[in-house]
Design a protein around this ligand. Structure first.
Ligand code: SAM
Ligand code: SF4
Length: 463
């Protein structure tokens, strides 16, 4: 689930981040945003970028050129936190060379520890909680007297949008899985009103976004806090007919909350993509009980069966934690057995990392690192075989692809099931919905050749 950095604002074309720049732009103050962690962080970094742009700043081509740097942090695992702390340390040199530089920290490291972090890292000018973007308004006037306003903007109207966008619909989490720090850093669940989300989706779709991914820690709990029967299915129906919008995705689902009503809505609504992110974390009932996940391995098996009964072509992704406190080899074998049974398209696997303040941090982290590593590799090997089987079956099939950028000199897009596909074409295909015959499969991506492009005769394809 981790996202590499740096990220781009949601309106920047993925193919080219280079700001060609005018003279006026050269004078403009520049920002740089460094992001690590989940899609929620990516979405919030996009909002920060939008707010900066609205305030008149431009994106720096290189971090060294920036007048203000925002670090959007993650602490879900120790390795992520170490990376953030390393990054803060590394910026000290830049700040010494450029004393006017402003550095701000947000994301899950920032929450509830503002004063402590400011004391610990004098290089930081500001620490603000996720979502509190307006706080940046406190340091901008120090860069330039004119930079005072920093409204909470999602997308400036005068910039070209990218093809896909993340839209947070519920923040926080009311669960307390014993290993997870998120509830302590993101607080209680809060859903955004349907009308507010619908207006945002309409605005970004009008600006060119064709696919939205609705985000929440437990996205299926969307609307529970309204206590009026509103749920994620309600929201899917409400935004479905948005002009210009072609695809709707959502993540992350939770086995205890994803229900049949949601699955039926996805199956019924043409724009809702049949791609389900349903982390199971472990395939052993005792481990699941100690993780406080509120379901058993067979519940998960049944649920995957239900998804496939309703949507036979659905693609499914899951998350696994290996080496949780006390996990025996036999318990780990149950996880491998479950993965084999449910045959997901993708498995994100992480080694258990104790997080201070969580329940499991008080228990002994007794699975040695080399055992965690061996289990991690065993899951990866198994998933590689399963993904190969899934993807091999797609060779020769026709698939719809939304082209969202370029990579390795080729066009790149995603199928409805979120499979990554590369293809060659000399024409500019960015933002187009194309059809493609899959010619080659690997466990991680597909290659294909164009068979049709929306609005073009078939003979115009593949030049
Ligand atoms: N809300 C989602 C759920 O309930 O599955 C996931 C959110 S969590 C931020 C993202 C992933 O990070 C989890 O699915 C889990 O696999 C992993 N994760 C969370 N805490 C972890 C920890 N202490 N050690 C290792 N992995 C962890
Ligand atoms: Fe963390 Fe559990 Fe909430 Fe997911 S459901 S964010 S794993 S506490």
């Amino acid at each position: 689930m981790s996202i590499a950095t740096p990220i781009m604002p949601i309106w920047a074309p993925d193919t080219d981040t280079t700001d060609t720049g005018t003279e006026a732009d050269d004078d403009a103050k520049k920002y740089s945003i460094w992001t690590i962690g989940c899609q929620m962080n990516v979405a919030e970094s996009s909002q920060i970028a939008a707010a900066f742009q609205h305030a008149g700043l431009r994106e720096a081509k290189r971090e060294e050129d920036a007048d203000v740097i925002v670090l959007n942090s993650c602490v879900v695992r120790q390795a992520a936190e170490d990376k953030v702390r390393g990054k803060i340390g590394a910026l000290q040199r830049l700040k010494r060379a450029k004393p006017g530089l402003k550095i701000a920290l947000t994301g899950c490291l920032a929450t509830k520890h503002e004063d402590e972090l400011m004391r610990q890292y004098p290089v930081l000018d500001l620490v603000f909680e996720p979502g509190a973007i307006d706080e940046l308004g406190r340091i901008l006037p120090e860069l330039d007297d004119d930079l005072v306003a920093l409204p909470h903007y999602y997308l400036p109207e005068d910039t070209a949008p990218s093809v896909t966008a993340f839209v947070p619909i519920i923040t926080g989490c009311n669960k307390v899985c014993s290993y997870c720090i998120v509830p302590y850093r993101r607080g209680k669940e809060r859903s955004r009103p349907v009308a507010e989300i619908a207006a945002e989706v309409a605005r970004i779709a009008e600006a060119g976004v064709r696919e939205v991914t609705l985000l929440g820690q437990i996205v299926d709990r969307y609307g529970y806090d309204f206590k009026d029967g509103t749920d994620l299915a309600t929201l899917l129906y409400a935004i479905h007919d948005t002009p210009g919008l072609d695809r709707i995705r959502f993540l992350t689902s939770h086995p205890a909350y994803m229900d049949e009503r949601l699955l039926r809505a996805v199956a019924e609504l043409p724009k809702a993509c049949e791609h389900i992110n349903l982390p199971v974390q472990s395939g052993d009932d005792e481990v699941l009980r100690r993780m406080r996940r509120n379901y058993a391995a067979n519940d998960y098996r049944r649920q995957i069966g239900e998804i496939r009964a309703i949507m036979p072509d659905a693609t499914i992704a899951t998350d696994i934690i290996v080496g949780f406190c006390g996990e025996t080899d036999a318990q780990f074998q149950n996880t491998l057995r479950l993965l084999e049974d449910v045959s997901c398209d993708v498995t994100h696997v992480a080694m258990y990392s104790p997080r201070k303040g969580t329940a499991s941090a008080r228990w002994e982290d007794d699975v040695p690192r080399d055992v965690k590593l061996a289990r991690h590799q065993a899951v990866e090997r198994l998933q590689e075989r399963i993904s190969t089987e899934h993807n091999d079956r797609l060779v020769g099939r026709e698939m719809e692809l939304l082209v969202d950028g370029q990579g390795h000199g080729r066009w790149r897009g995603r199928t409805r099931g979120n499979k990554l596909v590369f293809f060659d074409d000399t024409a500019d295909r960015l933002g187009q919905m194309v059809h493609m015959r899959v010619t080659e499969a690997t466990p991680w991506f597909l290659r294909g050749e164009l068979t049709a492009v929306e609005g073009e005769p078939v003979s115009g394809v593949g030049n």
